[in-house]
Design a protein around this ligand. Structure first.
Ligand SMILES: Cc1cc2nc3c(=O)[nH]c(=O)nc-3n(C[C@H](O)[C@H](O)[C@H](O)COP(=O)(O)OP(=O)(O)OC[C@H]3O[C@@H](n4cnc5c(N)ncnc54)[C@H](O)[C@@H]3O)c2cc1C
Length: 125
């Protein structure tokens, strides 16, 4: 269930939404007492993303597609203050998803190659 990042993630809130999802599924599929068919249940939410992946505010899906976070307005791969510090992954260009994250890695790898080419090999970047 998609959620906003940084929300309060309490066990009872998870249960409320779980019940809501089950009820909607029952309504849309016409299945009665769906809960009685559940053999295993594991809850994983915002605080788990923080704990397991150090995800910013428990974010799971990258940046929201708002105007200020689109195209060239996404956070840059280059750090503004520290030279030669580059970022890659779903929180920068081209954006969220596995294919864009891999492309992001390729962009940064090429950029690093360019930086290295311009610098003598034994000198630090
Ligand atoms: C439930 C779900 C379903 C998805 N489904 C799809 C899909 O169908 N198709 C698709 O294209 N995309 C999907 N995505 C999105 C996709 O998984 C992400 O966009 C992509 O994995 C982001 O890759 P990344 O390398 O930027 O970050 P991540 O894959 O999050 O990798 C970052 C890594 O850095 C580690 N890390 C964090 N902080 C530190 C630190 N301080 N030191 C060391 N390591 C650290 C984390 O533990 C993690 O292993 C889905 C995401 C979720 C959550």
């Amino acid at each position: 269930m998609p959620l906003a990042p940084g929300i309060v993630d309490a066990e009872d809130t998870r249960e409320v939404y779980f019940a809501e999802m089950i009820s909607r599924l029952e309504k849309h599929t016409g299945v009665e007492n769906l809960l009685s068919h559940v053999d295993y249940k594991r809850s994983y939410c915002v605080s788990n993303f923080v704990q397991d992946y150090n995800a910013y505010k428990g974010n799971a899906y990258g940046l929201a597609n708002t105007l200020k976070q689109t195209a060239v307005l996404k956070p840059s791969i280059k750090n503004k203050n520290i030279e030669n510090l580059l970022y890659t992954g779903q929180l920068t260009v081209p954006g969220p998803g596995v294919p864009p994250s891999i492309i992001s890695g390729k962009i940064v790898a090429n950029e690093l190659k360019n930086i290295k080419t311009k610098n003598p090999i034994n000198k630090p970047l």
